[in-house]
Design a protein around this ligand. Structure first.
Ligand SMILES: NC(=O)c1ccc[n+]([C@@H]2O[C@H](COP(=O)([O-])OP(=O)(O)OC[C@H]3O[C@@H](n4cnc5c(N)ncnc54)[C@H](OP(=O)(O)O)[C@@H]3O)[C@@H](O)[C@H]2O)c1
Length: 237
């Protein structure tokens, strides 16, 4: 149960982020959800509110410092703290070899996938009490470099490193920091990465939330600096 816990989720307009918002709402968490545009975010806010969830929706680009500051400011104004931060927002970028990778897109992907969790985590830490949990969403290509995964893979390698650094820095404050590789799921990002694949061969993000609920709850109080594979965890539940 997450009753009384304030959970902030980036990239909650669709895919995994939306599924996590729904799963946390079912556990009675108070939610702060984010994605870039009001048009994409507000339908999710409405859906959650219809199910009686307590939800604050703050549109903004989490790779932009001013938007991050606004997100945290509004969250603190409403709830006074953030107990759980899920750095989920991400972008795929082009699937081309490094030799052909456009510099502007390289910078954009690193900004969205690596600088964003840095900015947001840095802004949230002062408002996260003991017992807090930070969950960084990584990937299979965050520990194994594969051809044509370019900046996406490099950004996720970096996010694994950020997770380990933060885990060491925040341990004495009772804040845990872990990463989760969700594995292939039926989402827009997966379809863009694997256009030939039949999406039905992949689980939905709604079927892949168990490890996130575990890491958000007190059950994982002693767990920090670890890397989880969501679908392996899901099978053990
Ligand atoms: N799907 C998979 O198979 C898979 C596998 C491994 C890892 N992952 C990881 O899982 C996470 C979720 O993936 P997904 O498949 O659910 O992706 P998705 O369907 O493409 O959704 C991405 C979400 O991130 C938001 N977003 C993107 N850039 C943003 C930014 N700069 N600021 C705020 N929000 C932003 C998007 O919202 P707007 O466009 O509305 O802003 C959307 O809500 C990502 O970190 C991804 O790398 C996914």
């Amino acid at each position: 149960m997450l009753r009384g816990r304030v959970v902030m989720i980036t990239g909650a307009s669709r895919g995994l982020g939306k599924a996590l918002a729904g799963a946390c709402a079912k556990e009675n968490a108070s939610l702060v959800i984010n994605s870039r545009t009001p048009d994409s975010l507000h339908p999710v806010e409405r859906e959650l509110a219809e199910d009686h969830a307590e939800v604050l929706a703050v549109p903004g680009d989490v790779s932009v410092t001013a938007d991050v500051d606004q997100l945290v400011h509004q969250a603190i104004d409403r709830f006074g703290r953030v107990d759980v931060l899920i750095n989920n927002a991400g972008t795929l970028g082009p699937r081309v070899p490094i030799e052909e990778y456009p510099e502007s897109e390289w910078r954009q992907v690193l900004d969205a996938n690596l600088t964003s969790p840095f900015l947001l985590t840095k802004a949230v830490i002062p408002h996260m009490p003991e017992g807090g949990s930070i969950i960084n969403v990584t990937s299979g290509v965050s520990v194994e470099g594969r051809a044509e995964w370019g900046a996406y893979s490099v950004s996720k390698f970096g996010l694994e490193g950020l997770t380990q650094i933060l885990a060491a820095e925040l341990q004495d404050r009772g804040i845990r920091v872990n990463s989760v590789d969700p594995g292939g799921m039926r989402t827009e990002m997966r379809a863009a990465a694997y256009p030939e694949e039949d999406p039905k061969t992949r689980i939905t993000p709604e079927e892949n939330t168990a490890v996130f609920l575990y890491l958000a709850s007190d059950e994982s109080r002693e767990v920090t600096g670890e890397r989880f594979k969501a679908q392996e965890f899901q099978r053990t539940r």
